[in-house]
Design a protein around this ligand. Structure first.
Ligand SMILES: NC(=O)c1ccc[n+]([C@@H]2O[C@H](COP(=O)([O-])OP(=O)(O)OC[C@H]3O[C@@H](n4cnc5c(N)ncnc54)[C@H](OP(=O)(O)O)[C@@H]3O)[C@@H](O)[C@H]2O)c1
Length: 428
């Protein structure tokens, strides 16, 4: 199969590529890549990426030999792809995986729209040309696979429905959710009006691997766990709220199964734990227990977090922000500005944690049973058996172990924390 793939330098797509290498006997890849902010070119970026993949040396060589790199610039016409190469894509590609997006929660709408909406339009234009070319030349139909998100539904008071072919999102939580909803509306319209072969995947929150606990990005729940470990989160809220976290390797397994098996070609597959997802309280208790038992810093005390009502929590957050804004205006000291930026970043995360978000997944589970070898998501929490005994499944412990071992991917400087503990100070 010949694939055109976006987002290969991200968190999720590299694992899908690893799986396609295992599941497809004869894969050929075109990878859409841009230069990075440090000036690394696309070849250099791709080579470093291949090194990190969970493939043996022979497989890595095979992947490199079967890959063509396509430099893209989303803001340019036809993604800025050189015309000869664009034409090659139109005549050769059979499947597109559009996994690229700007997943930050604090970006201005006009900027994030380019990566999340404009990019999707241009990918569809390419798909449309491929589709028409294949029809004209009597070849098998092309398929577009698009990674959306369950959070495109925004604020929902009830369970978030599996309403394909409809989609009625609530008010978005942030510009990420808004732009992902706009892209989904655009894509669904193509299915509903033109009967295009498009599959949308809707993961919820993607966490570390269930096999190894490892992740490439330590955001959202990882940041909250880190603040708890450092004693920087004396209060929190919404202990009963669910956090629907699914492992990155399961997400990659499902998406690659759907692509390689080539039997399901139209519709939405939600990738969620559903109504059984772990609660914030459970994640807190597991984190507290694990970090206390395995803390690498002797004498470091992890304070317990007090759970308070939402309004108290938001009142304290606003008070913090207002105080630091005022202090920054008065003194011009950078530390106050840093606090304001930190609080703003967390505010982007809060809706995902403190707002009711429960995802229906019954229809998708049926689709997964029928079309993949990986029907249910591994649950984050340990579960109770029929007699009420706790059965340790271990996924959450793997995530916690990886976070602690790597210092949240280097975000926590253990030497500094140890010095602060030795000096009798609380870590900052
Ligand atoms: N992570 C989650 O929890 C989660 C949950 C639900 C759905 N999703 C969806 O899953 C997909 C993959 O997410 P992820 O976590 O892997 O994201 P990620 O780690 O942030 O990676 C994003 C990828 O998109 C590329 N990209 C973004 N904007 C681009 C642009 N303007 N031009 C070219 N490339 C661009 C990035 O390239 P550079 O390296 O060049 O920046 C990178 O390869 C996204 O569609 C996301 O919405 C993610």
């Amino acid at each position: 199969m010949i694939y055109f793939i976006t987002g290969v330098t991200g968190t999720v797509v590299p694992l899908i590529v690893e799986e396609l290498m295992r599941k497809d006997d004869n894969p050929l890849f075109y990878f859409a890549i841009r230069k990075d902010a440090k000036g690394n070119g696309i070849q250099q970026r791709f080579e470093s990426l291949v090194e990190t993949l969970d493939l043996d040396d022979a497989e890595k060589q095979k992947l490199s030999a079967r890959s063509t790199l396509v430099q893209i610039d989303v803001e340019k016409e036809k993604l800025g792809i050189e015309p000869g190469l664009y034409n090659e894509l139109v005549t050769k590609v059979e499947k597109i995986l559009h996994g690229a997006a700007d997943v930050r929660f604090d970006q201005p709408y006009d900027e994030i729209k380019i990566s999340n909406v404009v990019f999707s339009h241009k990918i569809y234009d390419l798909f449309d040309e491929i589709k028409n070319h294949r029809k004209k030349t009597g070849q098998s139909d092309a398929t577009l696979y698009y990674i959306s998100t369950g959070y495109a539904y925004g604020i929902y008071k009830k369970k978030i429905p599996e309403d394909f072919p409809d989609f009625k999102p609530g008010k978005p939580d942030n510009t990420y959710a808004r732009t992902k909803a706009e892209a989904k509306i655009f894509i669904l319209d193509k299915i509903n009006r033109l009967n295009d072969r498009i599959v949308l995947f809707e993961p919820t929150i993607i966490g570390g691997s269930a096999k190894t606990g490892k992740t490439k990005t330590y955001n959202l729940h990882y940041v909250v766990l880190m603040l708890g470990y450092l004693g920087k989160l004396p209060f929190f809220t919404a202990a009963d709220n669910q956090q629907d976290i699914v492992p990155v390797d399961w997400v990659a397994d499902v998406i690659s199964d759907i692509m390689a098996k080539d039997e399901f070609h139209q519709g939405v597959i939600r990738l969620a734990c559903g109504p059984d997802a772990a609660t914030v309280g459970h994640v807190h208790d597991a984190g507290y227990e694990y970090f206390t038992a395995n803390d690498p810093i002797p004498g470091h005390e992890i304070p317990k977090i007090a759970f308070v009502p939402r309004w108290v929590f938001y009142f304290m957050i606003n008070a913090q922000k207002t105080f630091n804004q005022a202090m920054y205006k008065m003194t011009g000291k950078k530390k106050y500005r840093k606090m304001v930026v930190g609080v703003r970043l967390l505010e982007g995360y809060f809706p995902y944690i403190t707002r009711y978000k429960v995802f229906e997944n019954a229809k998708s589970t049926q689709l997964l049973e029928r079309y993949t070898d990986c029907p249910k998501a591994p649950m984050l929490q340990n579960i109770k058996d029929k007699n009420g005994n706790l059965v340790k499944k271990g996924y959450i412990d793997k995530i916690l172990a990886d976070a602690l071992e790597t210092g949240w991917g280097g975000l926590v400087d253990y030497d500094r924390v140890a010095k602060q503990v030795a000096a009798g100070k609380r870590p900052r």
